[in-house]
Design a protein around this ligand. Structure first.
Ligand SMILES: [Fe+2]
Length: 263
């Protein structure tokens, strides 16, 4: 996540409505249609069902209160509008309360293919559909609770669990391997890298391995982890995560599968 953003979150009017311009609706529409075409045979069924359950529309940036209502009806989860970037402690606190933080701005056309900071397309199209799945929603909320309980010194390792599942997770299904991570489903480049190119390494999800795997946020992922089911995630987060992280720290990180970032 960049330290500073050139975007600022939109604020709602007195009725809770966020106003998007025709150009912004057009950007949503282009992103939505491109990804829905690409994901039809690549995203898992729970994700695609979630897009329908949320009632996402191809031609309009969705309203936060609509997403909130639909999520509440399905799993009791919700969303909360936040500035473009929020501190990790606030992020974890919201997750622990069953609220997904949602940046309300949408990327400019110059960033249509890639934007480092999460915009509303990434947040809603990427993250919210699976929050209609109870196992997945339970996992995300429990992740937040664990993060709040464990505190700052665990947060670096803990976030690797989030990164390799919520952001870049894959799942093996009866129909074959499918993607569900928000960073994959909201980006055409990541979708193709994870599902078509076969250049990356795919590993079965193993908690200790994940906790020892460094990542970089600003490159296509060289390593993906594959789960067997969303129930598996629910079970993993109930483990003694603090003890697992202490073990992972003692064992040390695997060598990074990427070049160090030029500074
Ligand atoms: Fe994200």
């Amino acid at each position: 996540m960049p330290k500073q953003s050139t975007y600022t979150a939109k604020l709602p009017d007195a009725d809770g409505i966020y106003h998007y311009t025709t150009e912004e609706d057009g950007i949503w529409s282009d992103l939505y249609q491109r990804q829905m075409t690409l994901l039809a045979d690549k995203a898992c069924a729970e994700y695609l069902d979630g897009v329908k359950l949320l009632g996402l529309k191809p031609d309009k940036v969705p309203q936060l209160h609509d997403i909130n209502r639909r999520l509440n009806e399905t799993t009791g989860f919700g969303v909360e509008g936040v500035p473009a970037l929020i501190p990790p402690s606030r992020f974890y606190e919201l997750l622990s309360q069953g609220k997904f933080p949602l940046a309300t701005f949408i990327r400019r056309r110059e960033h249509i293919d890639y934007i480092e900071e999460p915009d509303i397309f990434h947040e809603v199209f990427g993250h919210c559909p699976l929050l209609t799945n109870q196992s997945y929603a339970n996992f995300v909320r429990r992740f937040g609770e664990k993060a709040v309980g464990l505190g700052k010194e665990y947060s670096w390792h803990l976030f690797r669990i989030f990164w390799f599942t919520v952001e870049f997770g894959l799942i093996d299904t009866l129909q074959g391997r499918r993607c569900f991570g928000a960073g994959i489903v909201s980006s055409p480049n990541e979708t193709r890298t994870a599902m078509e190119r076969g250049e990356s390494e795919f590993r079965p999800f193993d908690l200790m391995t994940v906790l020892r795997t460094p990542y970089r946020i600003d490159i296509v992922q060289p390593i993906y982890y594959v789960i067997e089911s969303f129930a598996q995630l629910e079970a993993i987060i109930e483990e003694d995560i603090g003890a697992r992280i202490r073990d992972a720290k003692a064992l040390g990180d695997f060598p990074p599968a990427f070049e160090a970032k030029a500074s």
